[in-house]
Design a protein around this ligand. Structure first.
Ligand code: HDE
Length: 705
């Protein structure tokens, strides 16, 4: 048992009641190895249940310093949440370099094959407040801090490789428009409202991103199953000073996967913590998620010839044009010890670079370099946030910064400035002109002005390329998402303005959304600064479905059971799922479990009304002839089946379950994705089929066109 749990146990009211008022017993407990409760000043506390009063029913006394200190601290527990990316979840891990990259960068972490660098990762949603639901339709933050031997390097990325705007000066407008409307304070954690689409429809540069956010990328099934991107073009610089442009990619070894929109809506009710619970559980079970770090490397020549400006963060470089070179692997292998200390207090910053890595002039990146440091001051309250363990470098650090709120590292030598003439003993650190960070000496001579480069002017061609590169299923999800979001927009002119932009992306898409909204007349296409390029090559790497997992590994099977269930089938399913590297959970009418055919007790993980099928990647319903009526009476059991079918999941069942299917109306609709288990051997076939994750052919049959 850890020290922390001991303390918690000691802290229970029951224990305290036993202890109350008997000083001798406190010493006894302390002698048992349990720590004494103290104030923050270290003074032992005798009674933590009752404040100091004048008489048994009298007023509380102001002098009660124990009470005063406790409430004082409690009153100030909250710090401002992040203005964006407020809801996040962090984990620790390690990054391993596959091969030395000395020819392209002098960054220490890329110098040696097999080099291991500790990392901290924080995933987040953007728009929602800290207490919002995990599966909101939103971009996911994917921020990684590398604790390298030459200082901290942060890739503060997202799960989408492009962004809404080209210049940082528009960021406050974008975020104001996306978050709750200021007069009413809602809607929370969603972009389906007038202000957001008003802004987007007036900002043509956001069209590529608009397509990405209406794709299933914004409703990932798990943090573990999404890609990450550094978004901007950065520079790598080698020991000779040669610079190479780079775009960073994180590729999930688990394959990509998203949920369906109707599923997301239900998930947010069933488990608002769906993503964080998933990551926490996977790491705690030893199923460590892994991402490979990839780099798209290119030089000035490529940048000159490329159709788009590599400094424009609303554009990608398709992987088919510049392949992603895999250079290392990140494994998340440790959950946080304390959410506040680590996940809340971690401070990322695009300016956290190490020698060998540098910025480019991307105007969005340049703005971010100012913003992150600035925001930490109001959020963490002191310039000394780098003293917090999660932010502190893990390599030696020496500087002359001092004092300020909450300074933990204070100079102990005489010199707190340089140059100084004190010797090495007391003179403190010195610069390292050779090994220290130097900026790439890019030549710049230009007139000062508020410019937008003409090379940033094509707002539709890559949006079209993205859309056309999707599978038919994904295309229909994009059209549905636009239709859903714009249906929540109350102002018809905004809906029409958005459809006018879609006409420049793809006519069929615009028609579909226009019809879905029941526009009486289609608008004219939006004015475009440039003709839309039609000839961009398709990029299959942009599809989620085409880049899914190779098996059912890391996924979750939910099995709804009744008393009297055939134990052979239950065991076979468990064995097959575990063999495939998947997790399995049992759902039953009561959480205590069920008694199987042979008297074996099968413990349940969920009671049926708390374990809906949206929590699982595939489901099985195994029941006895006698007990199937229990499920037929229970509306949440019927929802379990209906939702699994509507969400195109693979469904296994045994013969007795047909009467439940008849009751729910599914009996005549069963398809290849509904697999009957008659004998134990069928379980392996079912799990093998689940590797496809969803029965997409079913989708047109479960929704109106
Ligand atoms: Fe951020 N962003 N951002 N952002 N961002 C913040 O920093 C900002 C942008 C991203 O888990 C803030 O510490 C500006 C792009 C992530 O702690 C703030 C601009 C990308 C996180 C800020 C952008 C990101 C943030 C809020 C436009 C993807 C969460 C709290 C120029 C490449 C990090 C904080 C975490 C957080 C500013 C655009 C990613 C205010 C001004 C593009 C993952 O500083």
């Amino acid at each position: 048992m850890t020290r922390r749990t001991e303390t918690l146990k000691q802290g229970t009211i029951a224990d305290q009641k036993v202890l109350r008022g008997t000083g001798g017993e406190i010493h006894q407990t302390s002698g048992d190895g349990v720590e004494r409760l103290t104030t923050a000043q270290g003074v032992p506390v005798a009674d933590d249940q009752n404040s100091l009063k004048a008489g048994t029913r009298g007023p509380t006394l102001m002098e009660d310093q124990v009470f005063r200190e406790k409430i004082f601290h409690f009153d100030h527990e909250r710090i401002p949440e992040r203005v964006v990316h407020a809801r996040g979840f962090g984990a620790h891990g390690v990054f391993e370099t596959y091969e030395p990259l000395t020819d392209i960068t002098s960054a220490d972490l890329f110098q040696r094959k097999g080099e291991k660098t500790e990392v901290f990762v924080r995933f987040s949603t953007v728009a929602g407040n800290k207490g919002s639901a995990d599966v909101a339709r939103d971009v996911r933050g994917f921020a990684v801090k590398f604790y390298t031997k030459e200082g901290n390097w942060d890739i503060v990325g997202n799960n989408i490789p492009v962004f809404f705007i080209q210049d940082a000066i528009k960021f406050p407008d974008l975020i104001h428009a996306a978050k709750q409307e200021p007069d009413r304070g809602f809607p929370q954690a969603q972009t389906a409202h007038d202000n957001f689409w008003d802004f987007i429809s007036l900002t043509p540069e956001s069209m590529n991103m608009a397509l990405w956010i209406m794709s299933d990328r914004t409703i990932p099934r798990s943090f573990r199953f999404m890609e990450g991107f550094g978004v901007h073009t950065f520079r790598l610089v080698n020991a000779e000073g040669k610079s190479t442009f780079v775009k960073f990619h994180w590729k999930p070894k688990q394959g990509m996967q998203s949920v369906m929109w109707n599923e997301a809506l239900k998930l947010n009710g069933a488990d608002p913590d769906f993503h964080r619970r998933d990551l926490w559980n996977a790491i705690q079970m030893g199923d460590y998620p892994e991402w490979e770090l990839g780099m798209q490397l290119f030089d000035e020549d490529f940048a000159e010839k490329f159709d788009f400006d590599v400094l424009d963060a609303t554009k990608i470089i398709p992987e088919e044009e510049v392949p992603v070179r895999i250079v290392g692997k990140m494994t998340l292998n440790r959950v946080v010890d304390n959410f506040f200390a680590e996940t809340e207090q971690v401070a990322f910053h695009t300016g956290n670079l190490v020698p060998g890595i540098d910025f480019t002039n991307d105007p969005l990146l340049q703005g971010r370099n100012f913003s992150y440091l600035d925001t930490q001051l109001s959020r963490l309250g002191s310039t000394n946030f780098t003293h917090l363990p999660v932010n502190a470098p893990r390599c030696p650090f020496h500087h002359f910064q001092q004092d300020g709120h909450m300074a933990f590292h204070n100079p102990t030598t005489r010199a707190n400035y340089e140059p100084n003439s004190w010797g090495p003993e007391t003179g403190g650190p010195r610069e390292d002109p050779k090994g220290g960070f130097t900026s790439h000496p890019e030549e710049i001579e230009a007139p000062k002005g508020r410019y937008r480069s003409e090379t940033f002017a094509d707002h539709y061609s890559q949006a079209r390329q993205f859309y056309l590169s999707q599978t038919d299923t994904e295309k229909s999800h994009i059209a549905d998402a636009f239709t859903f979001e714009l249906s929540k927009v109350e102002t018809p002119a905004i809906r029409a303005r958005m459809v006018a932009h879609l006409l420049n992306v793809d006519e069929a898409l615009a028609e579909k959304v226009g019809t879905g909204l029941r526009l009486k007349t289609m608008p004219e296409p939006a004015e475009s600064a440039m003709p839309v390029k039609d000839g961009l090559k398709l990029s299959p790497k942009l599809s989620i479905i085409l880049n899914g997992p190779e098996g059912f590994v890391g996924r979750k099977l939910g099995v709804l059971l009744t008393d009297g269930v055939d134990i052979g089938l239950v065991k076979a399913l468990k064995q097959a799922a575990e063999k495939a590297g998947a997790m399995i959970e049992f759902v039953a009418p009561m959480v205590g479990g069920v008694e199987a055919s042979d008297g074996t007790w099968v413990e349940a993980d969920q009671k049926v009304n708390g374990g809906p099928s949206v929590l699982y990647d595939a489901v099985a319903i195994l029941a006895s002839e006698e007990e199937i009526v229990t499920l037929m009476q229970e509306s949440t059991a019927k929802d379990f089946v209906n939702d699994a079918f509507a969400h195109c999941k693979f469904i296994a069942y045994n013969a007795a379950v047909m009467s439940l299917f008849e009751k729910t109306g599914l009996a005549s609709d069963l398809d290849d994705g509904c697999i009957k288990l008659s004998v134990a051997d069928d379980a392996e076939d079912f799990i093998a089929a689940c590797a496809k994750l969803r029965v997409w052919d079913r989708e047109p049959k479960v929704k109106a066109a």
